[in-house]
Design a binder for this molecule. Structure first.
Ligand code: ADP
Ligand code: MG
Length: 686
């Protein structure tokens, strides 16, 4: 239960005075649905106003406060603005300009020959000085006009004045909260108490309008504490120790040696599996680093020990590909492997469910269907989750909670995120890294090309497929609308078909499973040579003969995402190419990002750079796994503060695992405040 002290802060913004129906939408648009959201709504800048006696051209560009008297109205044609001519009493004149059809309103606001106080940004317009849409006050109200004022991110229908009112109401409602930060840290950093920090976020015009470190730390600390609670609770769980005898692994025939990194990771996983508390491990490895084999070894370990293993893929296509791949590797080896997705129906499904229940199926591959309630395992001991970044913390927690006995969990991701971010996103897990690609891989040659050279690109593509090779063509990602994505992809496929006929396949996210699989299958079998795709091919799909990747509007993708897309090629022995098409105008950042991609194939380095260039949210795709995302701390703050926060959280739990001391109670408040309360239910009781 949420601590009572926080109740006012979790009240809806609707409950504040002055919030009517009209503000509901604008507030929601900014994500400000609860009082606490307003508390953390940081100003984007501080507006400073200069009180002036006379209107003077030297103040152009500044926001001024001045006494004026309207002397004349000038209404132009229907297209031109309405102007109120005014003087400052010393012969200097100014034009107060209003756009919009309603001319009655400025007339009412500024009656002729009546002194008013106006404020706004002074501009030069031709040989006139003007202010566009000034704020107007009666002379008696001059004192109300602040010299410095925070200006907030706003949305249509919600002006700064109203926003300030709402925020000050919220600040007013904010209670003093007990301190959850360790006192010595508070002292060395000279941080204020929580409420004071909130106050200074909105009231300290001398500071940068950024979130004070104290407030950022709170969020990072809550994040780390929640993860540590999962870890601690996991350590108390009883799982099954797995110690296979190697009889199945030994039968796997590979045409290559495992890399050192693969062997090391398998060793780390074996070490975890042998423990009785369940494994929580993240296997990080660049595209093509060979994570699947590592997973297979872990699964075989479980099967050798008499248990079942499950392999969860994020998409239907991937599930099928993994299934086929594993079947091939297991050919002639006595392991019973099955697949289960939303598409297995009727008798097939029934018999798979039975095989799982009686234990005759030892490895199950599938989509999230494999963790539905109806699916009962006889003795599931290991769950492998591929492409982990599509799952948030709560989903991970659910996976391990479902089983009677908590299974070991191995999560795999090809997104080589920086260490600090790994800690902030997967803080509950231990990490193994495959930091070495199998030998003999040819580097993918990457080039950035203006999309105006489409003809040349088409000719290159034509030569490429004439030699029997295959290619991917990835269409732009238009975030707002899946529909636009689709149209772009369909148009591109049509234009390619005009030239290359039925050698062109099209796959996109809106296709139904069977349809999608059919297209993929044709491509895998090389019946089609060009695969036009939206980002559905982003993860996993493996076609070694495809050695050309063309990505349209590459600047619209995240770096890590581009790197992952590029990883679809370079899987065979032939030299692979990646063409990043860009528009005519590119921002500095976009240019730097594409250049980096051209220069390196090192996913970890790309991730570090992307973090610097674009920030954590973009890199992690927080929209997909928002429950561990940061709303308050900036990426820089996360990077800087996560070390101390993590240490602090660990220390606290070492001393007070039940969070029952005064500080522990305070820390619970922090968990709720930052909505990491999924951690709270895991607190050791008593
Ligand atoms: P990812 O880490 O992207 O999931 P995969 O497991 O799909 O990578 O492996 C990519 C390709 O590399 C597969 O074709 C696999 O057979 C091959 N592979 C894996 N390990 C090695 C190795 N040690 N040496 C050579 N090839 C390997
Ligand atoms: Mg993979």
């Amino acid at each position: 239960m949420r601590p009572e002290i926080l109740n006012p802060l979790f009240g809806e913004t609707q409950s504040l005075t002055g919030v009517g129906k009209a503000l509901t939408k604008p507030l929601a648009k900014l994500g400000l649905t609860r009082v606490k959201d307003l508390l953390y709504h940081a100003p984007s800048y501080w507006m400073r106003r200069k009180h002036v006696e006379t209107i003077d051209a030297q103040d152009v560009g500044q926001t001024i406060v001045a006494k004026i008297t309207p002397v004349d109205y000038r209404s132009g044609g229907p297209r031109s603005p309405f102007r109120v001519h005014a003087t400052d009493g010393e012969g200097n004149s100014i034009s107060l300009t209003f756009f919009g059809r309603n001319t009655g309103w400025p007339r009412k606001l500024l009656p002729l020959n009546e002194q008013k106080v106006i404020t706004g940004k002074l501009e030069q317009y031709g040989d006139e000085l003007q202010i566009l849409h000034p704020d107007v006050f009666a002379p008696s109200e001059t004192g109300d006009i602040a010299e410095v004022e925070p200006v907030y991110p706003l949305s249509e229908g919600l002006g700064n004045k109203r926003m300030r009112q709402l925020i000050s109401q919220a600040v007013e409602m904010a209670p003093e909260l007990p301190e959850w930060i360790e006192s010595s840290l508070l002292k060395t950093r000279q941080w204020p108490a929580w409420r004071q920090a909130i106050g200074s976020l909105h009231g300290n015009a001398n500071a940068e309008p950024s979130v004070p470190d104290r407030l950022a730390y709170d969020e990072v600390f809550a994040n780390q504490l929640a993860f540590m609670l999962i870890r601690a609770s996991n350590r108390r769980k009883k799982g099954v120790p797995i110690k296979g005898d190697g009889r199945l692994r030994d039968q796997i025939q590979l045409p290559f040696e495992l890399t050192g990194a693969q062997k090391r990771c398998i060793g780390e996983i074996d070490g975890d599996l042998a423990q009785s508390s369940p494994m929580l491990r993240l296997l990080q490895g660049d595209v093509g680093s060979g994570k699947t084999l590592v997973a297979l070894m872990a699964l075989l370990n479980a099967v050798e020990a008499g248990y079942q293993g499950a392999f969860l893929a994020p998409t239907e296509i991937l599930a099928r590909q993994h299934f086929a791949g594993l079947q091939k590797l297991l050919a002639g080896i006595p392991v019973n492997i099955a697949i289960l997705t939303g598409r297995e129906k009727g008798k097939v499904r029934e018999s798979t469910l039975m095989g799982l229940a009686d234990g005759s199926i030892q490895i199950l591959v599938g989509t999230h269907a494999i963790f539905q309630d109806k699916v009962q395992y006889r003795n599931l001991a290991l769950a492998v989750v591929d492409e982990q970044h599509k799952f948030g913390v709560s989903q991970r927690l659910m996976l391990t909670r479902k089983a009677k006995q908590a299974p070991h969990l191995l999560a795999m991701t090809a997104t080589p995120i920086p260490r600090t971010l790994t800690l902030s996103q997967y803080g509950e897990m231990d990490v193994s890294r495959i930091d070495e690609l199998p030998p003999g891989r040819q580097a993918i040659e990457t080039r950035v090309i203006a999309d105006s050279r489409l003809d040349e690109i088409m000719d290159g593509l034509s030569r490429h497929i004439a030699s029997g090779k295959q290619a991917y063509w990835v269409c732009p990602l238009v975030e707002e609308s899946e529909k636009t994505d689709l149209m772009a992809a369909e148009e591109r496929a049509a234009s390619l078909r005009a030239r290359f006929g039925d050698k062109v396949g099209l796959v996109h996210g809106r296709m139904k499973g069977p349809e999608k699989d059919a297209v993929m299958e044709r491509f895998v079998k090389a019946e089609s040579q060009i695969l036009v795709a939206t980002t559905v091919i982003e993860v996993g799909v493996d076609v070694p003969n495809a050695s050309l990747m063309i990505i349209e509007s590459a600047d619209r993708f995240g770096l890590a995402q581009l790197h992952q897309l590029r990883g679809r090629v370079g899987r065979g022995d032939v030299k692979s190419n990646c063409l990043l098409l860009r528009g005519q105008s590119l921002s500095e950042t976009a240019r730097a990002r594409l250049t980096l991609l051209r220069e390196t194939n090192d996913g970890f380095r790309i991730a570090e750079e992307d973090l610097k260039l674009r920030g954590a949210g973009e890199l992690l795709g927080t929209r997909q796994s928002g429950d561990a995302g940061f709303r308050i701390a900036s990426p820089e703050q996360v990077t800087e503060l996560i070390g101390p926060a993590s240490d602090d959280a660990r220390l606290l739990l070492d001393r007070d695992g039940g969070l029952s001391s005064a500080r522990g109670e305070a820390a619970r408040i922090a968990l709720y405040l930052f909505e990491r309360d999924w951690g709270v239910s895991l607190i050791r009781s008593g």
